[in-house]
Design a protein around this ligand. Structure first.
Ligand code: AHM
Ligand code: MG
Length: 338
């Protein structure tokens, strides 16, 4: 039996994941390692955010020698720059850009990446956790620059997905389809170390995360489900509400502690709407992670998030995601069985 190792870095784990696939070329490993670097650069900038006004625009330059920018713009540029020249990506999509983003000529690789550079960015000014979410697919087109069709693939075809949360610590969580691992950045040495090996989301929870201010607009199924959670259930409940308003932070807490997060359609947005969250940059990558951790992710009409065929880059999707039994219960309400 192998002895238990300590102090495993994220690069080491990514390499170990690659060893599970003897046919792997190392390209995905290279891509993920470049993403880790992007995460470290963004983390350093996020940690300085509160000082921006104190140091002043002229007094501070960032790692690339530029004066301080808005954090979400900075995060977007940082990821694009690392990915466009890493040699493993053929096309990108960002929540912050309308169209597909090409890579540098001569550096086209075999993967696509879709990302939300800084999710929850409305929370930056108040020191609430924010994060980067990413989703990686293998390209469909044969070679050269990729196209939108390479990006519009089902979540079930993702080869890797993850997020980096900039919170009380910076934590990176990712999966390549063989479990979910979490790493905490040690800022003193600038390295992510394995802190949460083989994460499994608790099967059931006592936490729900939803924007309760929309309660008057909810359809009956959402309202009845939430009301049920609030009542004592066979001595188990009531559930507690935890809502940060930053999806990565709400998701991360639920992944570790158990919980269910909902952002459904409502009467205001209408039955034909798709809620607020984006399929490619938010729902699909988090759905891959939650399923790998033993949880579930569905829409508010019961479709599995990972089965949805995207039609457009910025497509939105209603999302119910979290502990398996909590999502199962939500599904029963949606189907009118409760
Ligand atoms: P953003 O991508 O513009 O930051 O918006 C997404 C955010 C999520 O992080 C969060 O779950 C949601 O919006 C909160 O929305 P609301 O304020 O309607 O509750
Ligand atoms: Mg977002």
């Amino acid at each position: 039996m192998l002895a238990k190792r300590k102090g495993i870095t994220v690069s080491r784990q990514i390499m170990d994941d690659q060893l599970l696939h003897p046919e792997a070329t190392g390209a995905l490993t290279g891509l993920l390692n470049d993403l880790v670097v992007a995460g470290k650069i963004i983390s350093a900038e996020v940690n300085m955010a509160g000082l921006a006004d104190i140091l002043g625009q002229s007094g501070r330059t960032n790692i690339q020698g530029e004066s301080v920018q808005k954090l979400d713009v900075f995060a977007n540029q940082t990821i694009k720059r690392r990915m466009e020249q890493c040699g493993h990506v053929c096309v990108m999509a960002s929540e912050e850009d309308d169209d597909v983003i090409p890579v540098l000529d001569g550096y086209e690789g075999n993967y696509t990446i879709a990302f939300d550079p800084l999710d929850g960015s409305s929370n930056i000014d108040v020191n609430v956790s924010i994060g980067t979410i990413f989703s990686i697919h293998r390209r469909l087109s044969p070679s050269g620059q990729g196209n939108v069709g390479d990006l519009l693939q089902q979540g079930s075809k993702q080869v890797a997905a993850g997020y980096i949360i900039y919170g009380s610590s910076t934590v990176m969580v990712y999966t390549t389809g063989s479990g979910v691992h979490g790493f905490t950045l040690d800022p003193s040495v600038g390295e992510f170390f394995l802190s949460h090996p083989d994460i499994k989301i608790p099967e059931a929870s006592l936490y729900y995360s939803v924007n309760e201010a929309y309660a008057n607009q909810w359809f009956d199924s959402t309202r009845d489900y939430i009301n049920y959670l609030k009542q004592a259930d066979g001595g188990k409940g009531p559930y507690s509400l935890r809502y940060i308003g930053s999806l990565v932070a709400d998701f991360h807490r639920n992944l570790i502690k158990g919980g269910v997060f909902l952002y459904t359609r409502d009467k205001k947005s209408g039955e034909k709407s798709e809620g607020k969250l984006r399929l490619l940059y938010e729902a699909a990558p988090l759905a891959m992670i939650v399923e790998q951790a033993g949880g579930r992710a569905i829409t508010d009409d019961g479709r599995r998030i990972l089965d949805i065929e995207p039609k457009s880059l910025h497509q939105r999707v209603p999302l119910i995601i979290g502990s398996k039994r909590d999502v199962d219960l939500a599904e029963k309400f949606l189907r009118g069985e409760m």
